[in-house]
Design a protein around this ligand. Structure first.
Ligand code: TXA
Ligand code: MG
Length: 310
């Protein structure tokens, strides 16, 4: 990815407005939360979200956590059951993430939840994160602000060390208080998906024992056929049989094209939407070769899962 100039912003009003302008333009802004610094993008903008994966150098499309101002904003995006509502009321704002079914009519970009019909939501407690969310007025998708495989950043200096030149700005809000990612729960009955900054005991005191992680949706990106569409998928296809539809990449004839220009950011942004669209045709899908560079690794990872026998 091209080197950008990374601005270091403070947490005053005018700097936060600068940050919201970057976000509105599809740029990335790292910001402090009480757990760790987040690498933020407009959660409704697929291309912006593709840039998050590119900046982190993630080899696959792990779904991201969406940050919102409050429970009301969360309810516009997802559907809560009784236990989840109790948890949100007790622990938001704070280091708890809830994985919830997406509400119909939501405007979250498909790449955020890696094509799943659920979404991870959190209301951060850090005053700068809250101020940023209020000023932005929309959901911000943010994984931890570090290159994939490196440790999570708890100061602006950590973020700059890892992502300088890859993000438009870093908001310096001092060191993170919790220093550990949020606890993630989801499903019915509620399961622990990732231990984190909110102790499990606090959750269980309120809603009873959590199901253990592991047997459920813990790490959707790791289940071989989790992302499988209805139709069979054939990868690295150079032509189609009469019954197949072609998902193209680069200049070629196809039914839908991930990126005619051969741009991997654009291809990542289109991936889940295009697969859903072609899947509705109920015909086998042939997919053109996608190069194993940059976001191509994550795109091919997803396509291989879709193509895996099940
Ligand atoms: O403390 C935190 O949670 C930090 C700060 C920035 O808020 N964020 C963070 O995000 O740790 P990230 O992207 O590193 O964690 C995302 C994890 C995924 O790896 C996955 O385990 C879970 O959240 N997740 C997200 N969406 C999911 C979904 N729809 N279903 C199941 N798990 C999901
Ligand atoms: Mg992380």
């Amino acid at each position: 990815m091209d080197q950008l100039h990374t601005e270091i912003l403070a947490s005053n009003d005018s700097d936060l407005i600068t940050a919201t302008n970057f976000l509105a333009n599809g740029r990335l802004v790292a910001f402090p939360t009480e757990t760790v610094y987040g690498l933020g993008a407009d959660a409704t903008n697929n291309v912006a979200v593709a840039h998050v994966f590119a900046a982190k150098g993630r080899p696959n499309f792990n779904p991201l956590i969406v940050h919102v101002t409050d429970l009301n904003a969360a309810k516009k995006i997802a559907v809560f059951n009784q236990a989840e509502l109790q948890l949100a009321k007790a622990f938001w704002p704070g280091p708890l993430t809830l994985v919830l079914p997406l509400r119909s009519g939501h405007n979250i970009a498909p790449l955020v939840s890696a094509g799943l019909n659920s979404v991870a939501l959190r209301v951060p407690a850090h005053p700068v994160a809250r101020d940023l969310l209020r000023k932005y007025g929309g959901p911000i998708a943010a994984p931890s602000a570090n290159i994939s495989g490196q440790i999570s950043p708890t100061t602006a200096a950590h973020v700059i060390g890892s992502l300088s030149g890859k993000v438009a700005a870093v908001i310096d809000g001092g060191p993170c208080e919790v220093g550990l990612e949020s606890t993630i729960v989801g499903g019915a009955p509620t399961a622990l998906l990732r231990p984190g900054g909110l102790p499990v005991e606090s959750i269980e005191k309120l809603i009873g024992s959590l199901r253990p992680a592991g047997k459920t949706i813990t790490a959707p990106g790791q289940l071989t056929s989790h992302y499988a569409p209805w139709a069979t998928v054939r990868i690295n296809a150079v032509n189609t049989s009469p019954e197949e539809v072609m998902l193209g990449f680069g200049p070629m004839e196809s039914d839908l094209n991930l990126s005619i220009a051969g741009n991997l950011i654009e291809a990542a942004a289109n991936l889940f939407g295009h697969l859903h669209h072609l899947d509705r045709l109920r015909r086998p899908i042939a997919v053109a070769p996608v190069p194993e560079i940059g976001l191509g690794h994550a795109i091919n990872d997803r396509l291989k899962r879709a193509a895996a026998l099940r």
